[in-house]
Design a protein around this ligand. Sequence first.
Ligand SMILES: Cc1ncc(COP(=O)(O)O)c(C=O)c1O
Length: 390
Amino acid sequence: MIPLIKSTFHNEKSTKKELIKFIQKADYLSFGKECKKFERKFARYQGRDHCVFVNSGSSANLALIQALLNMGKIKKGDKVGFSALTWSTNAMPAIQLGLDTVPIDVELDTLNVSSSKLLKVLKKYNLKVVFITNLLGFCDDLDEIKKICDERKIILIEDNCEALGTVYKGKKLGNFGLASTFSFYVGHHMSTIEGGSICTDSNALATALGLVRAHGWDRNLSEGKQRKIREKFKVNSTFYSRYTFYDLGYNLRPTEINGFIGNQQVKYLDEIVKKRKDNFIKFAKNLYSNPNYYPIRYDHIDLISNFAVPIICKSKKIRDELVEKCNGKVEIRPIVGGDISQQPFFIKYMNKYLENNANANLIHEQGLYFGNNPELTSKEINLILKIFTN
Ligand SMILES: Cc1ncc(COP(=O)(O)O)c(C=O)c1O
């Protein structure tokens, strides 16, 4: 069986060895200097001014929505547009925090939201935020989407949990909106076992995220930022400042173990991305022109970085036959959460936005993906190709 994921870490053996040594000599293991070091390294990798490290990609999405609320950039009842084809915890935080979530259908040939799909939704709804998902390492015309959002003063944020490393029009995905979120869950591009982050160039947003991540207090902010916030709220006593809670928050902190692993793994990120890109090109060249499948367009993207390869069959029958053929040989999954607006939680809480997302639906009904990990051998790649081209 060719699994979706082969190991928890890249260079697993040496990473585990280093981790054991680190744990044995560490003075403490809760959020500290390893996490902060990782934030600096990841921000540099992504090309953003700030990175806020949290304990999962889902937490990153929750923290980002909460921070925008705390800052007064959005308010309860505002409408958030999101990609119909995505993961549950992309849409859930907005619902949990009292916002309305409006699905935007995706294009069949990119699996992602395009400017024309966004414009269609904007004719009907006044969106305050577009929380786009860069699904499976792909994107559509994200530069045009950014233009539309800028012109209409819509806040664009990106869920980049599935596209770390992809480059579009010379820019890494995750750098088109005000902020972007990442997942470091096992099986995503880079693993800290569990983990996630939010990247942004906004100093004010990074400060708000720092409070949201840890109880609403200022302890993990820089000294300068602490001084400012304490002055603003007239907190003069060092005794009480440690127990002053400035705004709504959670405990979404990662541990030093996650930070240490992140610092080890980020070194391999370019290598990981290159291997996944090379694998993807081999699959795409052989599979996306197959008459049994819908072609997926990627020539507009400079560098594709994904952890799974999607296949959209021309009929449900073809997909079901593939599922049979893969049984016991290749591990496969449906395409992420399918049309999220068809999921029970969405119908329960957001039934006024049950649009017809025809493409997201078709992708759910006729699609599947198999893993694209950096440890795939040529033999395994050939076996997958054989199953999917016969
Ligand atoms: C698009 C997207 N957003 C968010 C998440 C949540 O990330 P995590 O599993 O780290 O909570 C995932 C998880 O797979 C995802 O695919």
